[in-house]
Design a protein around this ligand. Sequence first.
Ligand code: BTN
Length: 191
Amino acid sequence: MIYHYDEVESTSDLIKSINIPEKKVVIWADTQTKGRGRKKRDWSSPQGGLWFTLLWIPDNFSREFLPYIVKISALSVVDLLLEYGISPKVKPPNDIYVNGKKIAGILIDTEIKAENVEKIYIGIGLNVNNQIKVFEKSVQDIAISMTSVIGKEYKLDELLYKVLDFIFDYFEKEIDRSFIDKRWHNILLNK
Ligand code: BTN
């Protein structure tokens, strides 16, 4: 189920604070007032970008597969951009770069009990139709959006559905780790 809001503080915080009895939930917002990045950094989330968090409660997911959550999330954003004619690279752990600038960031969180991963949170921020000039000066030089690469506007819901499809396709192919590892290696920045 996808819940869409005009504005929230952070989709990643909101999804943890509400109890929705479903195994796959997405909270998607047009803007975030307190978007969070990795390492306690702020994540600027103006109108026009795709800001969402997926909560997945898998039936049976071993913790040994944890590193693949990071890879799968990043590769899914990479596949989405490739479909729109944009060639990204991944800066580990999971920053997505185009032309040397960051186009997307991913915030992963998990809840683990014994050997099992009980909850997986994947928060994705993708600069889509948002203009880079609305960011703070310090971010303007290091950020890029899909529209600033291609000069077109994109439908956010279409992008959301596609990236979710990619994510779950990869998870279903979880057995094929060598395929994921190979793709990951090929897409790394500065390799
Ligand atoms: C990073 O590069 O540091 C990760 C950025 C993650 C941003 C996304 S936007 C949707 C979700 N909600 C948040 O508050 N953060 C993530």
